[in-house]
Design a protein around this ligand. Structure first.
Ligand code: PBG
Length: 334
């Protein structure tokens, strides 16, 4: 202690926090527009926008409406969007055959986006769930989800998407061996430049609820996805999943959900040093929006804090339904 009673501390961490200029100077991470991937929902028809229940501010868009939103996203400099279709139940069957239709909603949207907004990256989800009558990501035999037969179907789905203009194929199905099979098929089809962002560690999560409403699979889904998506209790297993995907040719890794799995983001980034992304999923968005809309938290601040947490954990980017809101705020100067 000094004579005037002050503590004799060689280090006072509060010194660097004293002023805004100093806090900015010592800041370790930044959220920029280049970190954003915007997932969008598509519906058939024209000039229609439908609200998604449980995701205030998120809509399903017909392709013509979506083109305008994608143009807006490109103007905001959002690097890429991820496409998710709401498929007419009449088009769903046990095989998910609509996934291979070159004129399905996703392929139609890909062609429209490529023509109108060639500068934005187009990421497509590879999994059968938007197209199956049972709501599963794979083919079924009785109660079982077939792995290898599903991989063959996913390869055909991926080729269909690449043909229609997908820049990045993002397998979210969690079948074993799908990344290698898709990589090989893309290369054989002369599409060696199409990237693969693998949902390397995708957990069987309760946080996907609002998404399943958005694409209309919640009521359809028979049982759960625990025989292919990961157990939330496991973390070493995420490293094994990622290791296989890297060996099979993945260009980028993803962890999903996001906020409850920041430890997984960190471990994958530390181990593989790959471009690593987190998916802030529908339930995470819904929680922040619901609390904000009730006046219980500051929505904008929580949105930015959550994105900063992904960056701090080592993510190179985030799939987030907040993308346009964040981009607008960043453009306006934070
Ligand atoms: C389906 C898929 C899901 C999500 C993305 N792709 C849901 C699921 O696995 O049931 C969830 C995204 C979200 O909740 O925002 N293959």
């Amino acid at each position: 202690r000094t004579p005037d009673g002050a503590l004799d501390l060689p280090t006072r961490l509060r010194r660097n926090r004293r002023a805004d200029w100093s806090r900015r100077l010592v800041r370790e991470n930044q959220v920029t527009v280049d970190d954003l991937i915007w997932p969008i929902f598509l519906i058939d028809g024209e000039r229609r926008r439908e609200a998604v229940s449980a995701m205030p501010g998120v809509e399903r868009l017909t392709v013509d409406e979506a083109v305008r939103d994608v143009e807006m996203a490109a103007k905001l400099r959002i690097p890429a969007i991820a496409l998710f279709p709401y498929t007419d139940p009449a088009l769903r069957d046990a095989q998910g055959s609509e996934a291979e239709n070159p004129d399905n909603l996703v392929c139609t949207a890909l062609r429209a986006f490529k023509a109108a907004v060639p500068e934005i990256g187009l990421i497509t989800d590879v999994a059968l769930d938007p197209y199956t009558s049972h709501g599963h990501d794979g083919l079924m035999a009785g109660e079982r989800i077939l792995n290898d037969a599903t991989v063959a179907a996913l390869v055909r789905q991926a080729l269909t998407q690449a043909e229609a203009g997908a820049d990045v194929i993002a397998p979210s199905d969690m079948m074993d061996g799908r990344v290698g099979a898709i990589r090989g098929a893309l290369d054989d089809a002369g599409r060696a430049d199409v990237q693969i962002m693998s949902y390397a560690a995708k957990y069987a999560s309760a946080f996907y609820g609002p998404f399943r409403d958005a694409i209309g699979t919640r009521k359809a889904l028979i049982g759960d996805k625990k025989t292919y998506q990961m157990d939330p209790a496991n973390s070493d297993e995420a490293l094994r999943e990622a290791e296989l995907d890297v060996a099979e040719g993945a260009d980028m890794l993803m962890v999903k959900p996001g906020m409850p799995y920041l430890d997984i983001v960190w471990r994958l980034k530390e181990r593989f040093r790959m471009p690593t992304y987190a998916y802030q999923v529908s339930g995470e968005y819904a929680m922040i929006r619901a609390a904000a809309d009730n006046g219980w938290i500051d929505g904008d601040a929580a949105m930015f804090e959550s994105l900063m947490a992904f960056k701090r954990a080592g993510a190179d980017g985030v799939l987030t339904y907040f993308a346009p809101a964040v981009a607008r705020r960043l453009q306006a100067g934070g």
